[in-house]
Design a binder for this molecule. Structure first.
Ligand code: ADP
Ligand code: ASP
Ligand code: MG
Length: 411
């Protein structure tokens, strides 16, 4: 049995006309002799609408009930799409997370997939030509509905592709592939033909929301080839796959930005062994993702500790740390929400120096102040004032000549 997974995002299913275009892609694959698992998102705007309802109803909405409600967006898309297919005489059905079932842990709002019932899926695929499956959702061991975090339908699709050993996992979206930077922010952005899992992972982690981070983790772990492409054209998109030599010859592959960040500073923390653990362990327990961390040089046994967290987690971070103020021993906590993270990413950086200094100079030339810096083997990240995000992205894109297919100067 040849199985193909095709995932369509919110803009691709937003109305009847778009769903008809989606149907053409699905039917083509079906006519080519494939069994198709179609994974759908909620119609664009629907997830936000539902989340706003929860906030209207309660200051502290129960996380399990929020998931139960917000998962309905995908349920609607799937049922409607299955109606369209059935009108064409296709033998298909809609399948929700708990019906597959897609098992997850119980971290409501950011659940992780723990198991997919492959045997049941294959049985359904024997019976039906096309399964229309809800992205973004699963069920925990108590059969409570869970959701996988924003953009989670990508992860549903890749995990399903891995579970049934699909020939390909196609992620259809509103842009024709993965670009050197967000094409909606920079007109010079260029489509990348092939990108390594690790690079895509860094791009996604650093804010390129074209793929959810966990979908790339899954793809890498289970060696699923992902094809990111447009719902609204037939051109080939971007293949996300294992690293090969040609990829290493590219110094910088892309620039990502993340505006959903906040900077927290603990002023005058006691500089003694164990203090970092005292600060960051309680945050880790609450599953708050701390990214950049800088500790200032110590003066009179005291230091300032600055770090970044997702903006959505700021309140919880402040609450958690202020409750421990006496234990940790800091003077005060300050937060800055007007920051954004700009990252330069490329596997070619592993063997080449000078990327960071070129980036710093380019930002300096535009008078953009860098608040924090962090680096990894294949990435340089700068935290800046968020009002300069667009300028910084364009400046760096230009500085690394990303509008042209760039190769390392071997001289
Ligand atoms: P979908 O609803 O199909 O899942 P998303 O909005 O989640 O679509 O992701 C697609 C969007 O990702 C694009 O419209 C684009 O603005 C944004 N994006 C950010 N960085 C990139 C990038 N490097 N390449 C392509 N798209 C990007
Ligand atoms: N509908 C969900 C969201 O908007 C999941 C997805 O589209 O991938 O985040
Ligand atoms: Mg998405």
């Amino acid at each position: 049995m040849n199985i193909v997974v095709q995932k369509f995002g919110g803009t691709s299913v937003r109305n009847l006309e778009c769903q008809r275009q989606v149907m053409q892609k699905v039917l083509r694959s079906h006519r080519e002799g494939n069994k198709v698992i179609v994974v759908l998102s909620a119609m664009s705007g629907e997830t936000n609408r539902l989340l706003a309802l929860a906030d209207e109803w309660s200051d502290t909405p129960d996380a399990a009930e929020v998931d139960s409600m917000v998962s309905t967006g995908e349920q609607v898309s799937c049922a409607l799409f299955a109606m369209l297919l059935k009108k064409q005489g296709i033998h298909c059905r809609s399948v929700l997370g708990f019906q597959a079932p897609i098992r997850t842990d119980s971290a409501f709002g950011k659940a992780r997939i723990t198991d997919i019932n492959t045997r049941h899926l294959l049985e359904m695929l024997e019976e039906y030509d096309i399964l229309v499956m809800a992205g973004f959702q699963g069920a925990d061991e108590n059969n409570r509905i869970t959701t996988l975090g924003r953009g989670g339908s990508d992860t549903s699709a890749v995990a399903l592709a891995a579970a049934v050993d699909a020939d390909v996992c196609e992620i259809y979206t509103d842009v024709p592939g993965v670009f050197t930077t967000d094409p909606n922010m920079c007109d010079d952005a260029r489509k990348i033909e092939r990108i390594a899992y690790d690079e895509m992972l860094e791009m996604a982690s650093m804010g390129a929301k074209v793929l959810q981070i966990r979908s790339v983790e899954f793809a890498k772990k289970y060696n699923v080839t992902v094809h990111v492409r447009s719902t609204f054209s037939d051109e080939l998109g971007t293949i996300v796959t294992q690293e090969d030599e040609t990829m290493e010859s590219v110094l910088v592959s892309g620039i990502a930005y993340d505006k959903d960040q906040a900077q927290i500073t603990l002023v005058h923390v006691q500089d003694k062994p164990g203090v970092s653990a005292q600060i960051f362990s309680p945050l880790a327990e609450k599953k708050i993702l701390v990214d950049m961390i800088v500790q200032n040089p110590s003066k009179d046994g005291k230091t300032d500790m600055t770090f970044t967290v997702p903006r959505a987690d700021v309140e919880q971070t402040i609450k958690t740390l202020e409750a421990l103020q006496y234990e940790i021993g800091f003077e005060k906590l300050t937060s800055n929400l007007n920051v954004s993270k700009i990252s330069i990413i490329g596997v070619g950086m592993r063997n080449h120096s000078g990327v960071a200094s070129l980036a710093f100079q380019a930002l300096a030339d535009e008078n953009i102040n860098i608040l924090m810096i962090s680096t990894s083997e294949i990435k340089v990240t700068c935290l800046i004032d968020d009002k300069y995000t667009e300028l910084a992205v364009r400046t760096l894109h230009k500085a690394f000549h990303l509008e042209e297919a760039e190769t390392i100067d071997q001289s």
